[in-house]
Design a protein around this ligand. Structure first.
Ligand code: CAA
Length: 384
């Protein structure tokens, strides 16, 4: 067992840290306040090769391992989780899914520009459309239909909470073709956003990750060519689940970053703020908080690295990804709340960043499978 990062991983860490500090930190409070999508920052991610980090170089990706991806996600999430969620969805849910399950033609047409994050010089990212108004955790009960019409499918329905909803050029959409077959009757499709019949709803006004581009997307008689189906007929739910297993590592890393960002701010503040004649970190009440934050963060980091390592080594990482997400998201929520407490009144105002990290932390316990769903996945796997 080797806990040391490689030279390449350390280089990624430095590059991601520099990008976060120099490009994401300026304006992060204003983007949060005005719910402004960080387009410029996401374009810079494309230039860094961070939108297709794990995709093969044959398809325009950076060909890196999952641990490098976790490291980059942690650094960027320390500063702006609205930037990192766009990165995570494109890497884990879009590029990874296409690389592993799409045909060669689909990969050439879609994966290559998505992994590069650009097409003809403009931003080109994807979104993953599984959730619906009445199918969030209960994802097998898809109401969106994809009726087989011979040479094409006709798609109708509404998808909810779609990250990159209005910015994405390509949607990966799950829809029910044969309800009598349950999950085995679900298909996954590559649908271009500019296809007639697609309407993007208003941006959601959210508690956290306010810069992130979250929308409902409706489909009305949308014609999707047969060659845009991913995998065999009925493979769509398995596609979604297998893809989400990796997505959960990405969100775990995002949660880890939110936690470590909040911790670093609390630690710095505790050294500079004086009370009762000494820096507050010399008070045991604060020192114990910092000690517990550091310990919980390190355990979340090890779970993230372990899940990433299992994935990179071809092992089944379903359980370890769910454990990493469950623990890292609880850690993010707890650490960010304690970081606000360490800051006292200053923690409650926007200029000190920790209140935003606390609001951003909450979503990590919800999206890509709630904490309750992660417990269900872990519970089922350890008892079978
Ligand atoms: N990995 C691989 N396969 C899986 C799986 C996993 N994690 N979870 C389920 N499956 C498979 C099952 O093995 C089963 O296949 P077989 O019939 O061949 O055995 C099939 O999927 C159906 O599963 P279940 O019978 O277990 O169905 P269920 O309804 O009892 O449970 C569920 C399914 C696990 C609850 C699933 O619906 C789920 O994970 N729900 C959460 C959905 C989710 O994570 N949504 C996130 C939305 S995307 C998002 O948030 C992106 C974003 O923008 C940030």
């Amino acid at each position: 067992m080797d806990f040391k990062l490689t030279e390449e991983q350390l280089m990624i860490q430095r590059a991601a840290r520099e990008f976060a500090q120099q490009q994401c930190l300026p304006g992060v409070i204003e983007r949060d306040e005005h719910q402004k999508f960080p387009k410029e920052q996401v374009e810079q991610l494309a230039d860094l090769g961070f939108l297709g980090m794990m995709a093969s170089t044959d398809y325009g990706g950076a060909g890196m391992d999952t641990i490098s991806y976790v490291i980059a996600m942690e650094e960027i999430s320390k500063v702006d989780a609205s930037v990192s969620v766009a990165m995570s969805v494109n890497n884990s849910l879009v590029c990874w899914g296409l690389e592993h399950y799409a045909t060669e033609e689909q990969k050439k047409k879609y994966l290559t520009p998505l992994a590069q994050g650009k097409k003809d010089g403009t931003l080109y990212i994807g979104a993953f459309l599984l959730s619906e108004p009445e199918a969030g955790s209960d994802a097998t009960h898809q109401h969106t239909s994809a009726i087989d019409k011979g040479d094409h499918y006709l798609v109708n329905g509404v998808k909810n909470w779609i990250t990159n909803g209005s910015t994405a050029s390509v949607y990966l959409v799950m829809a029910q073709t044969d309800a009598s077959k349950g999950p085995k009757g679900i298909n996954a499709f590559i649908i271009e956003k500019n296809t007639p019949g697609i309407t993007v709803g208003a941006k959601e006004n959210k508690l956290g990750i306010r810069g992130s581009d979250t929308h409902a997307v409706s489909f009305m008689d949308v014609k999707v060519p047969k060659e845009n189906r991913i995998g065999a007929d009925g493979f769509g739910f398995t596609f979604a689940m297998k893809t989400l297993n990796g997505g959960r590592i990405g969100i775990a890393a995002q949660a880890l970053g939110i936690a470590s960002g909040a911790y670093e701010l609390a630690l710095a503040y505790s050294k500079q703020r004086q009370s009762f004649g000494k820096p507050i970190h010399e008070h045991q009440a604060i020192q114990f908080k910092l000690a517990e934050m550091a310990t919980r963060i390190q355990s979340a980091r090890l779970l993230c690295y372990h899940a990433a390592w299992e994935k990179d080594n071809g092992l089944d990482y379903t359980t370890s990804a769910a454990m990493a997400k469950l623990h890292a998201s609880d850690t993010a929520m707890w650490v960010a709340t304690e970081a606000v407490q360490v800051h006292g009144g200053y923690g409650f105002v926007k200029e000190y960043h920790v209140e935003r990290l606390m609001r951003d932390a909450k979503i990590t316990q919800i999206y890509e499978g709630t904490s309750e769903i992660q417990k269900m996945v872990i519970g089922r796997n350890i008892t079978k």
